[in-house]
Ligand binder design. Structure first.
Ligand code: FE2
Ligand code: FE2
Length: 374
């Protein structure tokens, strides 16, 4: 896998999208580039090169490549401390105490974390390689690998793209998939499974070895990770079908239709494991409470932990029968919605304005994509 990553850096890292310090003169250069690609000066299309792809397809794939790079970065941090250490996902040494706390949710958590990490890495590498094969510009976020690593035993000391030590975790996917008469695409909102995770900032990995004790504290961190896994992967589960509706070329459609469901496979697994997080109060942060989801005031169809398959719900029209579906899947503004969702969870705390500028640009270009005739 390391070879794949290194290969990517030499073969497809031909251009970075730095828009930092874009002045009036810089904007003029961008316009000239548009003209150079044969697009009209009045066109508001993406500035990047799309090669043999339509500009919309290239923009959607670039946003997905960026999202996968960010996913890989966060999953790698989890794997270094709580996954299986091997040549497929190299980097860390493992943290036995954190790994044991994760194993309370499922004995195979380390394997699942490893495999999820490897999957994201292949998504990132494949999408960028496909873009390059069509002579379209690729995505490289290496300049933004500036956030600190965990100082706990087992973590590699390198710059990161994402922050896992101050997270605000939206756990409303738990009830969103359990209630049968609501759909976020109809404007509905949903209760949190763990309300206190959705406020304040919580570590999902041990920050230092001080976080390894007492037992209930490192368990609270592992529980936070357990819910964060589901939060991240339900996002990917919605993002792919949302963007698929606006791709043009059948091969690009095949890519998003083939990667998207693997995000759903991840989500389904994490949805099951999060339900095993033991109820507790974090002794070092008494505001963080993991409730017993099977007992009042929780429990029932909205919270019961073994109800891990999607409850059928309203889809497209209230006049149509209920259907078991991924939700949300509305396509309008889906890329920007995903970026806002990741930003709101604190994943990018400490990132530079240039990072947000670039990510916003990639999301806007993806959301401008329209389905065409290729
Ligand atoms: Fe992915
Ligand atoms: Fe994913």
């Amino acid at each position: 896998m390391k070879d794949l990553q290194n290969g990517l850096k030499t073969s497809v890292n031909r251009r970075s999208f730095m828009k930092r310090g874009l002045t009036a003169a810089g904007a003029a250069t961008v316009s000239a580039g548009l003209l150079g690609n044969g697009l009209s000066a009045a066109s508001e299309g993406p500035e990047e090169k799309s090669g043999r792809l339509t500009p919309g397809d290239a923009a959607i794939l670039r946003f997905l490549a960026a999202a996968e790079i960010l996913e890989t970065d966060l999953w790698q941090q989890y794997n270094e401390l709580g996954g299986i250490q091997d040549s497929e996902v190299p980097g860390g040494n493992g943290n036995p105490t954190y790994t044991a706390a994760l194993a309370v949710l499922d004995a195979d958590m380390d394997q699942y974390i490893h495999d999820n990490t490897e999957d994201e890495l292949t998504h990132e590498v494949f999408i960028n390689a496909f873009l390059a094969s069509k002579r379209a510009d690729t995505v490289n976020l290496d300049e933004f690998r500036t956030l600190p690593s965990s100082q706990a035993t087992g973590a590699q000391q390198i710059g990161r793209l994402t922050n896992l030590m101050q997270l605000t975790v939206d756990t409303s996917w738990w009830t969103r998939y359990r209630v049968g008469n609501k759909n976020p695409d109809f404007g509905d909102t949903f209760d949190q499974a763990v309300p206190s995770l959705n406020v304040g900032q919580h570590p999902a990995i041990p920050r230092t070895d001080d976080d390894l004790t007492p037992n209930d504290h490192i368990q609270a961190i592992a529980n936070t990770a357990g819910f964060h896994f589901g939060t991240i992967e339900q996002g990917g589960t919605s993002l792919y079908p949302s963007l698929a509706q606006r791709v043009t070329h059948p091969e690009v459609l095949r890519i998003v239709l083939s990667i998207g469901p693997t995000e759903a496979m991840h989500f389904q697994t994490w949805s099951d494991k999060a339900g095993n997080a033991p109820p507790l109060t974090d002794p070092k942060d008494p505001t963080l409470v993991f409730p017993d989801l099977n007992s009042p005031p929780f429990g029932g169809e909205k919270f019961q932990t073994n109800l891990i398959m999607p409850e059928p719900t309203i889809f497209l029209s209230r006049k149509l029968p209920a259907c078991s579906i991924v939700r949300p899947t509305a396509t309008k503004g889906a890329a920007m919605g995903a970026l806002k969702f990741l930003t709101a969870m604190g994943l990018f705390i400490g990132q530079s304005p240039a990072f947000f500028e670039l990510m916003t640009d990639l999301a806007e270009d993806a959301d401008e994509a329209r389905r065409g005739r290729g």
